[in-house]
Structures are given as C-alpha cells and as structure tokens.
Ligand binder design. Structure first.
Ligand code: ATP
Length: 278
C-alpha cells in the first residue's frame, strides 16, 4: 500500500498515525532553487517523499519539471537549497555535499533513472542482457551464470521474451526499449526511481501497456517514484501525490485525486479543464 502523508493529516488520531510518524521520509527537499533566467528553472521547492510513494510533477512546457528532476537526482547542482536522502542503511546523505562520484554511485545503486527516450538510458551497442546486468556488475557481481539468469528473469518481468537476451536494443520496438530500460534500472532493487515522461514517446496503445507494467512493478517492489509528466491521465494512474508547477514555482501540491477533482489554484483549474475539454 502506498502511504501518503497528506492523507494522514485528515485523521491525526488514527492508530496508524503514530506508525507513520515513526516512518522516516526517504527524501527531504528544502528550498530547492535553480534559475537559468527569471522564472526559468525552479524556485524554493519543499517536500518530503516517503517510502513507497509515487510523486508526480506536472505543469506546462517550460514550467521547470525537468530542471527539478535533474536537481532531485543530483545530476544538476542547485543555486540554493537542501536535498537529504536517507540511505537503505539509515545514514543521512546531503546529496549536494557529496562528491560527483558519490552521487553517480547513488544513481547506480539505490536510485534509478528512466529517461524519456530509451536511447538516452540504454547502451544501444550492447545486448539486452548486458544492458540489464550492468548495474549488478557495477555492484561487483561477477558470476556469469547468475548475471545471465538475473537478466533473463528481468526480461520476463518486463514482458520481453527471454530468448531476446542476446539481441541489441535497436532491434526492439519503442515500447520494448522502454521496458528494457526499466528492467536495467530495477534489477539492482533501487529504493527510488526518477522517471522523465517515461511513456510520452510511445503510441497510445503501447503507453497503456507500459503504464500497467509500471503500476504493477511499483506495487510489487514498493518503489518510490518521482515522475515528470505533462499528461494528467498518466499522473492520475500512477501518482499518489502531485506537485503542480507554473513558471518555476510549485503552485499547488496534494493528493492526486484531490488536485485533479478539486483544483484550488487558478492555473491548476485551467490545466485540468483544458484536459477535460480536449
Ligand atoms: N541547461 C539549461 N540552460 C539554460 N536554460 C535552461 C536549461 N535547462 C532548462 N532551462 C530553461 O529553464 C526553463 C524550464 O525548463 P524545463 O526543461 O525544466 O521545463 P519543463 O517543464 O521540463 O518543460 P518540458 O515539459 O517542455 O520538458 C525553460 O525556460 C528552459 O529554457
């Protein structure tokens, strides 16, 4: 079950409220700011992300979604603000105080990143199996049989026939490449996965299948996800909570259903009504 702090606020005396208070956030974001120009980027973003939560970042083109995702994944450094990640061993990491090598290591182990275009997240010149096994190898696994079997198992999990293990990703369809990218990220059991418009480059029918797969993997592995999407239907299907961005600011945040069914900020109202009219 995904747990959302916002939902807990409505019944503070519930027995599980104390339980939640004992759960540490996975990520604490405070005052995160990166500006490339006036209102270009993101400003003063604050939120906590809890284990198993799916957070969607939505907003119009240029509102700052990708900038925020790049900051949260430590790929870009901010002008100001703090990003604290609680590692699996309980240690707190101030991501921006870490070295570049430490941040890269996080992205290869406890975190994952699913790119919008599979070619940016896959190595197109090596086999599907090698693409999937790479993260295990980066963690020091050397046993060929284990690497092969794990890669084959993950191909099956993302609904690709394991007989394709030696094929190059370029021989796969767009949807298969995205599924391969997901397998490549999930094999090392990351705790937090960043996704940048993971379905937007695909046909609608392929999108629906991939969304179903992501949803089932999120449940199965209790993944925490931070997902950028311009598509409110994708947000509705996957996200527990949303941040709505406009011109570098988070203008509204809360439970997905609350925001989509009863938007409070005029910009969110416009965003939601434009989708309904489309
Ligand atoms: N590396 C960069 N150098 C200069 N300006 C940038 C850079 N990255 C982003 N920007 C600017 O910051 C603003 C926000 O861009 P960003 O890509 O974060 O928006 P977005 O909401 O993800 O848009 P889209 O949905 O179109 O991808 C834009 O005005 C963009 O031109």
């Amino acid at each position: 079950m995904n747990i959302s702090v916002d939902s807990m606020k409505h019944s503070p005396s519930a027995p599980w409220a104390q339980k939640l208070a004992d759960i540490q956030p996975l990520l604490q974001v405070r005052g995160l700011t990166k500006l490339y120009g006036p209102e270009q980027g993101c400003q003063k973003v604050d939120f906590d992300l809890y284990p198993g939560e799916v957070l969607g970042i939505v907003g119009e083109s240029g509102s700052g979604k990708s900038t925020l995702l790049s900051l949260l994944s430590g790929r870009v450094l901010p002008d100001g603000g703090e990003l604290i990640y609680i590692r699996g061993d309980g240690e707190q990491v101030e991501v921006y105080d870490s070295s570049e090598a430490e941040r890269r290591q996080l992205l290869r182990t406890e975190w994952g990143f699913v790119e919008q275009h599979a070619r940016d997240g896959l190595r197109m010149d090596v086999s599907a199996g090698a693409n999937i096994a790479e993260r295990l190898m980066a963690q020091g696994v050397r046993h060929y049989g284990y690497l092969h079997d794990s890669a084959a198992e993950w191909l099956t999990q993302v609904e690709i026939d394991a007989s394709r293990i030696n094929d190059l990703p370029r021989t796969f369809s767009g949807g298969m490449q995205q599924r391969l990218q997901i397998a490549r990220n999930l094999i090392s059991k990351p705790r937090l996965v960043f996704m940048d418009e993971p379905t937007s480059s695909l046909d609608v029918s392929v999108q629906a299948k991939l969304l179903d797969l992501i949803r089932s993997l999120v449940r199965k592995y209790q993944l925490s996800i931070i997902l950028v999407t311009h598509d409110l239907a994708v947000a509705r299907l996957l996200a527990d909570r949303l941040l709505v961005m406009q011109r570098s600011h988070v203008v509204e945040s809360g439970l997905t259903d609350q925001i989509l069914d009863d938007p409070q900020h005029p910009y969110t109202q416009l965003l939601v009504s434009s989708i309904l009219q489309a």
